[in-house]
Design a protein around this ligand. Structure first.
Ligand SMILES: [Zn+2]
Length: 63
């Protein structure tokens, strides 16, 4: 039986980016929040304190 994902509470997204500074405004609807700028930490990850989105840095020399 499929989960009703459209109406379920949204799980935090994981967003891959090549930028070390990202901006997040929560995206659509109820999760929207004031735009914030987030810097990747030394592990190449940063989590939005508002909407819990996880941004992961895609390195250029990586896999
Ligand atoms: Zn956010």
């Amino acid at each position: 039986m499929p989960y009703p994902t459209a109406s379920a509470p949204q799980a935090p997204e994981t967003i891959h980016t090549h930028l070390v500074e990202v901006s997040c405004d929560g995206g659509e609807g109820a999760l929207g929040h004031p735009r914030v700028y987030l810097h990747m930490d030394e592990t190449g990850r940063v989590e939005c304190p508002y909407c819990d989105r996880l941004f992961i840095l895609d390195g250029d020399g990586g896999h």
